[in-house]
Design a protein around this ligand. Structure first.
Ligand SMILES: *Cc1c(COP(=O)(O)O)cnc(C)c1O
Length: 408
């Protein structure tokens, strides 16, 4: 038997079934028309945002990193509850505009921005987080061509990294950001060239569950931003401090201690260097805001036994849930939280392997899981499906197509 990850605390049981937003899994599937189906809970997202705002100093603005989940109704919903949006492509810029975000609330990071994306961003008045000097020169050229002072910030490649983070995005050679030693000279140059200078973006990793690691990284970010601003002789109007807040996906993962992070930030803010005294601070979060609010529902198509092992074969799989299958940046595959949605809370009765419908051994949703007895027609729920699910999985693989999605 292999353990399952912890089921997030946002769901209830109605008539023996998993319920999301007050509706049972089978009612939701009926309403959507079919499985596979992603359901995202507004209530779970709001509870998460409220907890965060209660813990963090008022001075920190909350940005949503939309790559975690760009589903249009969810994106529109988030617009009413966060203070800014972080995007990473021209396509996301269009989706963000469509969802009603104001350009000055949007910042655009990401290596490899095309000229047409830079032009679109400058024209719209979106802040560009520059990933290289070359990109900065092209952004200045776009500004000149359009007669607009471009809103420019520098994404710094810091020499430190976020300890214990799932995906490292700072420290050493990276395709992201400008190495910290070269930042002061380039910041000076951008200001002298007449850019609308916005400050720094320092992002050092993601999926950290250790509050101390985040506290340490945030202290490093504040020190570095102050030092870079002083060395360059430029103000720091805005500082995007990154994020990296993780969620528990696997057995023995524990939730992040937000209160500790908030308390540490409050004391750091009480004692800021002069150069950061007027700065607007933001943190950018993706999975922490929406990850636990999503459930992926899929139906059992076949129940079979091979060499004594029971397989529940579902109509879903890695084409919607690459991360849960263990193929999105994991070294050792571990089980996400999984349940039989229409026997929610029933006692586990057998050990099964839950697999998807794709013709590849990579398509696994739960290995050696201890679950209640389930048969053809029952619904399997995969939790922690609100981030890096539908949009981060190869939906066209094997001609399967997209999953349905719903915000309730
Ligand atoms: C992906 C990304 C995020 C969001 O990461 P999460 O782990 O989902 O919070 C935030 N900022 C940047 C720059 C990113 O690339």
């Amino acid at each position: 038997m292999k353990p399952l990850g912890p089921i997030p605390p946002y769901f209830e049981t109605i008539d023996g079934q998993l319920a999301i937003g007050g509706k049972t899994a089978s009612a939701l599937v009926k309403e959507a028309g079919d499985t596979p189906l992603f359901v995202y809970s507004k209530d779970a997202i709001l509870r998460r945002i409220t907890e965060l705002r209660d813990a963090l100093p008022d001075r920190v603005r909350l940005h949503y990193a939309m790559k975690a989940n760009p589903y249009a109704p969810l994106l529109e919903f988030m617009a009413d509850h966060v203070d800014g949006l972080d995007i990473a492509s021209g396509g996301e810029l269009e989706q963000a505009r469509g969802a009603g975000y104001l350009p000055r609330e949007i910042s655009f990071a990401g290596p490899g921005k095309r000229d047409r994306e830079l032009f679109a961003a400058v024209r719209a008045g979106v802040t560009l987080n520059l990933e290289s000097e070359g990109e900065g020169e092209r952004a200045l050229d776009a500004g000149k061509a359009l007669g607009i002072a471009p809103r420019l910030a520098i994404r710094v490649n810091p020499s430190f990294e976020l300890r214990g983070s799932g995906m490292k995005m700072g420290g050493g050679a990276k395709p992201f950001g400008i190495d910290e030693e070269r930042v002061p000279a380039f910041a000076r140059k951008l200001v002298d060239a007449g850019a609308n200078w916005r400050g720094f973006h320092i992002y050092s990793g993601s999926q950290a569950l250790d509050a101390d690691a985040i506290i340490e990284s945030q202290a490093n970010v504040l020190d570095l931003a102050a030092r870079l601003g002083k060395e360059a002789g430029v103000p720091v109007p805005h500082l995007n401090m990154g994020g990296g807040f993780g969620i528990p996906y696997f057995d023995r993962d524990t939730p992040l201690d937000i209160a500790a992070i908030g308390a540490a930030l409050k004391s750091q803010f009480a004692d800021l260097p002069q150069i950061l005294s007027e700065t607007n601070f933001a943190i950018e979060l993706g999975r922490y805001l929406v990850g636990e609010a999503g459930v992926y529902l899929t139906r059992i198509l076949d129940r079979k036994i091979s060499h004594g092992t029971t397989y529940l074969v579902t109509d879903g799989g890695l084409h919607h849930q690459l991360a849960a299958s263990g193929n999105f940046g994991t070294v050792v595959r571990r089980n996400y939280p999984v349940a039989i949605a229409n026997h929610f809370g029933a006692e586990p009765a057998e050990e099964v392997n839950v697999v998807g419908c794709l013709c590849t051994p990579l398509d696994r949703l739960a290995d050696q899981a201890h679950l209640p007895r389930a048969d053809v027609g029952d619904l399997v729920a995969v939790f922690c499906a609100g981030a890096y699910g539908a949009s981060a999985s190869p939906a066209t693989f094997l001609g399967q197509g997209a999953a349905r999605e719903m915000l309730v």
